[in-house]
Write a protein that binds this ligand. Structure first.
Ligand SMILES: *[C@@H]1O[C@H](CO)[C@@H](O)[C@H](O)[C@H]1NC(C)=O
Ligand SMILES: *[C@@H]1O[C@H](CO)[C@@H](O)[C@H](O)[C@H]1NC(C)=O
Length: 402
């Protein structure tokens, strides 16, 4: 038994993060979810994002029907956004991390909340994946999935018998990255991919609304399957095609340019939009330019840059130009919520920046990761049918709550 799992893990080492099940609808489905703050400290949030990035780049490789869009709420836990997903019939509820950077869905991360799959649901295969900061393996099962009013029949998910690297209260992952990312996650059929149901939802897209947190957890996220929630954004949505540059092209990857105030940081590069990354990552040379321009000092305790009150007052906008539109991260959007400093191992009264160093130079792997700190200021649309990502401003783009 043990050797089987070890073998499975070895095989899965090339498969990355986990893919969620969705259903076809003719109209959209929206789900609320909440973001959870980690209690493991700020330093670990940086390490977690950087480790995730390294896993993403290393691992890049190559049903039912519904009529309406579904909204689902998500809890913002600071490190992750967590959504309630029903597994089986009748549905048993699990708290799953919303992850656009992986495509396997699985449960069983919390040993205090095990999932016991019916024998008839076992497919005979094993599923596993290695993430930046954790991994899982266990039998693959074919079960019905329920997210809000969305039901997906016969979705193949993992029932973990081994998992680590996940916070208490998290049961697993809802992986909603491109289907190709599931390749290598099944054993013995390593070449198989797992249909995620993404192509079954109406319009073949989903949309994400995150908001800055002032408490932990805070039920302030919403995921819409098969539609766009007009109440969650302002102005129009700018769409940009999935980048052709690898490895970002294998994820929800886009091209963008970056500037800070009047300082050019990146004329054009590729990276990803990722709900599974907490902060905003820049390639090492780009990060250096940002650090110099802001005057931030690296804080050993948290791994984040800190700035003084005076430097904060003088911060410029960090601008991501996507599809010809400028998306400005205001000074307030560039700092960690000050009321939540202790949640990341920080001290009260200190100002921490949320832009981190990915640790590899630009033009090498990914130049940037637009994680939760970005998505809390801009609405995002993940359009599978048209291979594009949409970004729009929101009522929180210029919020001062941080
Ligand atoms: C759910 O999503 C729809 C779009 O399909 C939207 O019109 C509606 O306002 C959303 N409901 C809530 C409660 O946000
Ligand atoms: C959000 O978190 C609260 C408090 O832990 C919990 O009661 C609730 O069920 C969660 N909701 C979702 C959608 O995860």
């Amino acid at each position: 038994m043990l050797s089987l799992y070890l073998l499975t893990l070895a095989i899965c080492a090339v498969a990355v993060v986990a893919s969620p099940p969705v259903v076809r609808r003719n109209s959209p489905i929206t789900l609320p979810f909440a973001k959870v703050i980690s209690t493991t400290g700020t330093r670990s949030i940086v390490e977690r994002d950087r480790t995730r990035y390294n896993a993403l780049r290393a691992q890049a490789k190559t049903t039912t029907s519904q009529d309406q869009a579904t909204n689902a709420s998500a809890n913002n836990t600071l490190v992750s956004y967590v959504i309630n997903v029903g597994v089986g019939s009748p549905p048993e509820l699990f708290n799953l991390i919303i992850d656009t950077g992986s495509s396997n869905t699985w449960v069983g991360a919390d040993i205090t909340h095990p999932y016991v799959p019916p024998f008839s649901s076992l497919t005979g295969e094993t599923m596993g994946a290695v993430y930046g900061s954790g991994q899982f393996s266990g039998p693959a099962v074919k079960v019905d999935i329920t997210i809000g009013s969305l039901q997906v029949s016969d979705q193949i998910i993992g029932s973990a018998v081994e998992a680590f690297g996940f916070n208490d209260g998290v049961d697993g992952i809802l992986g909603i990255g491109p289907t190709g990312l599931t390749k290598g996650s099944l054993f013995p059929d390593e070449s198989a991919t797992i249909p995620t149901g993404n192509n079954l939802i109406p319009e073949h897209l989903f949309a994400v609304s995150f908001e800055p947190a002032t408490s932990n957890p805070e039920l302030n996220g919403e995921l819409t399957f098969g539609g766009i929630d007009d109440s969650k954004f302002t102005g129009s949505i700018t769409y940009t095609p999935i980048t052709s540059t690898s490895p970002a092209s294998q994820y929800w990857g886009i091209d963008q340019s970056i500037s800070y105030g009047t300082t050019a940081i990146l004329s054009q590069g590729s990276g990803i939009v990722d709900t599974g990354t907490s902060l905003i990552g820049l390639a090492s040379d780009l990060f250096s330019v940002y650090q110099t321009a802001t005057g931030g000092i690296l804080d050993p305790a948290t791994g984040l840059l800190t700035v003084t009150e005076e430097q904060y007052a003088n911060l410029g906008d960090l601008t991501f130009t996507i599809g010809g539109t400028d998306f400005d991260l205001t000074p307030n959007a560039q700092i960690w919520p000050r009321s939540l400093n202790s949640a990341i191992g920080g001290e009260s009264g200190i100002i921490y920046l949320v832009v981190i160093n990915l640790g590899t130079p630009s033009g090498f792997d990914m130049d940037f990761i637009n994680g939760q700190a970005f998505l809390e200021r801009f609405y995002s649309v993940f359009d599978t049918a048209n291979s594009q990502v949409g970004i729009a401003t929101t009522p929180f783009t210029n919020a001062e709550t941080n």
